[in-house]
Ligand binder design. Structure first.
Ligand SMILES: Cc1ncc(COP(=O)(O)O)c(C=O)c1O
Length: 506
């Protein structure tokens, strides 16, 4: 018999949608560590973990960057930590230090010639071509499903949203509203609100219906319908940072276009996480950062996408291309040094570049792209569906599901990436996080009650997921005992009556 633990006392009947169970591991019994080890042994991408520096549990306790210190003497475990935080900051590819040290050596020994001179043992193109090299743009394009000329590696995510808004938000007297997602990360909101000093009432926010955490596609489409005649632009996250919900980018974009509305996407949590087809889906523009699933280091140089149809330069005169906030790095390479004071953009996304990019920064992006070059988004997705499905299954099998926590990420695996967001019963978060940290399990919290657990298929294992669950279940029980010593596990039942699951009403 299939073993599916669901606490029927507290969760309102939740459908287990077919696509989820298609990928999740359904065990006939409670899963064991041996199951996880077996899955790891069969994982065709397991060699990729060796490409990364996984901090050890002793590393995480260190107070000094280099050398040994008291934490090692105190016998902290030398085993790798359980890192499930790639949705916040991806781990360092081993290649990054190799790439950066070649860069530093080139700078030290070549000075300005490093801009042009192709060193025989270089790992990257000369700095002038660092991000505009065809092969680099193809690698980034493959990750987001774009033509090489549709992507630019530049600036930061928020800066790129500003630059894209300057080009794509073109309000008229009739069409001037912007539709955004109500719980999007604040940086996106700040960027939008600052454009043309748009009045708050002209910013339409889509929020989940009361009691729900996620947005249905039909809800998004009907909001678009409602405001279609007055809306100029829609900017949504590809994956919602809090719930991990993956939106139907193709359908929503097509619907926006059917109303003559431009549609752009913040792909911070989607890039390198789920397969994207920005060109084929006819997305107008998109922007992303490269420090989450792209593993390029905190604040590393980011990326943007401009659909081929918008990047055209049809004449050298103003009006032959989309207006933009321009800089010399986006101007036609032939005229860049001519001092003619006439901006003619490079065709495609490269024409949105502003500045000479930071070479050290771009170097870590290139190091990371070379690791992505060892696989494909399709292979990564295949593993990711299994890994996150396994996480879901372990969470569902345990007694704490529905009593101590609930999963707020869609159960349909097509509607999520690597991340599962787990909503804890109120008051447990602090203790749970303390225990996880003490046990070397790294993930992030969203106060007041959510932890986000993100097994990244490039470097996480089924054993990581299994260990997380072991530590987490104990942590949740300990936190609950500490807070409500009398309650035990019957907290959802009052006087024989079922209470609605708290996870559903918050
Ligand atoms: C969805 C989303 N948008 C925007 C940002 C801001 O990114 P940046 O600080 O790189 O501009 C983040 C950062 O994590 C994010 O998650």
């Amino acid at each position: 018999m299939k073993y599916y633990f669901t606490n029927l006392l507290c969760s309102p009947p939740q459908e287990d949608p077919i696509p989820s169970s298609r990928y999740s591991m359904a065990f006939d019994r409670k899963s064991t560590q041996q199951d996880a080890e077996g899955q790891d042994a069969e994982d065709p991408l397991r060699h990729l973990r060796d490409e990364f520096r996984i901090p050890t549990r002793a590393d995480l306790k260190k107070k000094k960057i280099s050398g040994s210190d008291s934490s090692e003497q105190a016998g902290e475990p030398a085993e790798p930590c359980t890192y499930l935080c790639g949705n916040s900051l991806g781990l360092q590819p081993k290649r990054a230090s190799q790439y950066v040290s070649r860069y530093l050596e080139t700078w030290a020994t070549q000075g300005v010639f490093g801009h042009f001179k192709r060193m025989e043992d270089a790992l990257t193109p000369p700095w002038l071509d660092l991000v505009n090299d065809e092969a680099t743009k193809k690698q980034m394009g493959d990750i987001v499903g774009a033509l090489p000329e549709e992507v630019a590696i530049m600036q930061t995510l928020t800066a790129n949203i500003h630059l894209l808004m300057a080009s794509f938000y073109r309000p008229t007297t009739d069409k001037y509203k912007i539709i955004i997602e109500g719980k999007a990360l604040l940086s996106g909101h700040y960027a939008i609100l600052s454009h043309h000093n748009i009045a708050p009432e002209n910013t339409i926010t889509i929020t989940p219906p009361s009691g729900a955490h996620t947005l249905s596609t039909s809800h998004i489409l009907s909001t678009i319908d409602e405001h279609a005649s007055s809306t100029a632009l829609i900017l949504l996250p590809g994956i919602q940072f809090y719930t991990g919900q993956f939106f139907d980018i193709q359908k929503i974009t097509a619907h926006a276009h059917s109303h003559g509305i431009t549609c752009g996407w913040d792909l911070a949590h989607a890039v390198g996480n789920v397969p994207l087809q920005l060109h084929a889906w006819d997305v107008d523009f998109a922007a992303w950062c490269s420090y989450k699933y792209l593993n390029s280091g905190p604040g590393a140089i980011a990326g943007l996408f401009v659909h081929e149809k918008h990047g055209k330069v049809t004449s050298a005169d103003a009006g032959g291309y989309l207006p933009r906030l321009s800089g010399w790095w986006g101007s036609d390479v032939g005229s860049r040094f001519k001092m003619e004071n006439r901006f003619v953009p490079i065709p495609g996304a490269a024409g949105w570049q502003l500045s000479n990019p930071s070479a050290i920064d771009a170097t870590t992006v290139l190091a990371s792209l070379s690791v992505f070059g060892m696989t494909s988004m399709e292979e990564l997705r295949r593993k990711s569906l299994k890994l996150t499905g396994y996480l879901e299954e372990l969470l569902k099998q345990a007694d704490g599901m529905g009593t101590l926590y609930d999963i707020i990420t869609p159960r349909n695996s097509e509607e999520r990436g690597a991340q599962l967001s787990v909503l804890l019963k109120p008051g447990l978060l602090e203790t749970v996080m303390e225990i996880l940290e003490e046990e070397g399990v790294v993930l992030d919290e969203r106060k007041p009650d959510v932890i986000r657990v993100a097994p990244a298929p490039l470097y996480n294992t089924f054993c990581d997921v299994w260990r997380f669950n072991e530590v987490f279940q104990k942590a949740a029980r300990t936190a609950n005992d500490k807070r409500n010593p009398q309650e035990g596990n019957s907290l959802m039942v009052q006087g024989g009556q079922e209470k609605p699951g708290w996870g559903q009403v918050m």
